[in-house]
Design a protein around this ligand. Structure first.
Ligand code: ADE
Ligand code: ZN
Length: 350
């Protein structure tokens, strides 16, 4: 890494906002803002159990993952038509582009929609159209990762994969999300093996609230390439060594962890400790409409709360490109742009 001079705390937010980055952990249903929930409810002739945007927003008080998921799945119920999914993804991508995201790998939860009678092609076609248009329209590269809901059965996951089979050229990989505790990765060993045979990339949420053992089994049983969250790894020294040696990326989501009480406060977040131990951590927004901020807000708030440095900012952004499923030529180009953005910032600053 090239030499990065110290940047004052006052100017660090400007650097964090300006630096190019990739977002690797964003649930598209978690970017559904209350205003869009109301607009889609009206467009689709649906009645909401909230009188106003403000009343809905005031219901966003969570104390753990499950209390959030209950509200998150209810919010997603306004998504019915291909255009709804397009509008949702387009809104996220336009917002991410403003945060200097050059590349996004977007999670979606098809089972949340197919359970309500929405066809999987309605979901995937709408999201994919927004991603395809974003490359020229917004200057952002975007791909899709289909997530299986782990609170549902292995059989339901296989059925979802079967429904998605004709559309697999529109997704880059599969993931595993929803309620973690009591739903270990090994429940989905055979589905992930099938996805691997199909040539899909593999990721899984593990060690968000759940134990380090779930990270081990995500790696060894599911054979995932990245761990989503993974912050509980610090409780297992052998696991930390393995993650560091194999450069297995963790897609960390600081504001999500704060809002779901994974840490008592943002100041106690362990992102710095993960970086110090040599892990390939990245910063992401998870469900920005629910957790109070998009990716730059995650960067600026966790840096302010924990005292991370410009060198660590560079490392996090570098890691985000390195850990992406983009081609090598794109990765090197984006990392070069990252270096240039730091050089420009330093030149104008000192
Ligand atoms: N789905 C959306 N956000 C999630 C999270 N933080 N953990 C697990 N599943 C999710
Ligand atoms: Zn997540």
């Amino acid at each position: 890494m090239f030499k990065i001079p110290p940047v004052s705390a006052a100017r660090l937010p400007e650097l964090l906002r300006a630096m190019p980055k990739a977002e690797l952990h964003i649930h598209i249903e978690g970017s559904l803002e209350p205003e869009l929930i109301f607009a889609l409810a009206q467009r689709n002739g649906l009645q909401l159990p909230y009188a106003s945007v403000a009343e809905l927003r005031s219901a966003y008080a969570f104390c753990n993952l499950q209390s959030f998921l209950d509200i998150y799945y209810a919010g997603a119920s306004v998504l019915r038509h291909e255009q709804d999914f397009y509008d949702l993804a387009h809104a996220y991508l336009a917002r991410a582009a403003r945060d200097r995201v050059l590349h996004a790998e977007i999670f979606f939860d098809p089972q949340t929609h197919t359970a309500r009678g929405v066809a999987i092609e309605t979901v995937i076609d709408g999201l994919h159209r927004a991603c395809a248009e974003a490359r020229t329209g917004l200057g952002i590269s975007a791909t899709l990762i289909l997530c299986f809901l782990r609170h549902l059965s292995e059989k339901a996951a296989f059925e979802t994969l079967e429904q998605a089979e004709p559309l697999l050229d529109k997704i880059v990989g599969v993931g595993l999300d929803s309620s973690e505790q009591g739903h270990p990765p090994e429940k989905f060993a055979r589905v992930f093996a099938r996805c691997r045979e199909r040539g899909l990339h593999l990721v899984a949420h593990a060690g968000e609230e759940g134990p380090p053992a779930y990270i081990w089994s995500a790696l060894d049983v599911l054979r995932v390439e990245r761990i989503d969250h993974g912050v509980q790894a610090v409780h297992d020294a052998a696991l930390m060594q393995r993650l560091a040696h194999q450069r297995i990326a963790l897609t960390v989501c600081p504001l999500s962890n704060q809002k779901l009480c994974v840490f008592p406060s943002l100041a106690q977040h362990n992102l710095g400790r993960l970086l110090d131990a040599g892990l390939a951590a990245t910063v992401n927004s998870d469900d920005p409409a629910y957790f109070g901020g998009y990716i730059n807000e995650n960067f600026t708030q966790v840096f302010a709360a924990t005292g991370l440095t410009a060198r660590q900012a560079y490392q996090l952004a570098f890691n985000s490109f390195e850990a992406s499923f983009a081609g090598n030529a794109d990765k090197r180009l984006w990392q070069h742009q990252l270096k240039e953005s730091f050089e420009r910032f330093v030149e104008h600053d000192y």
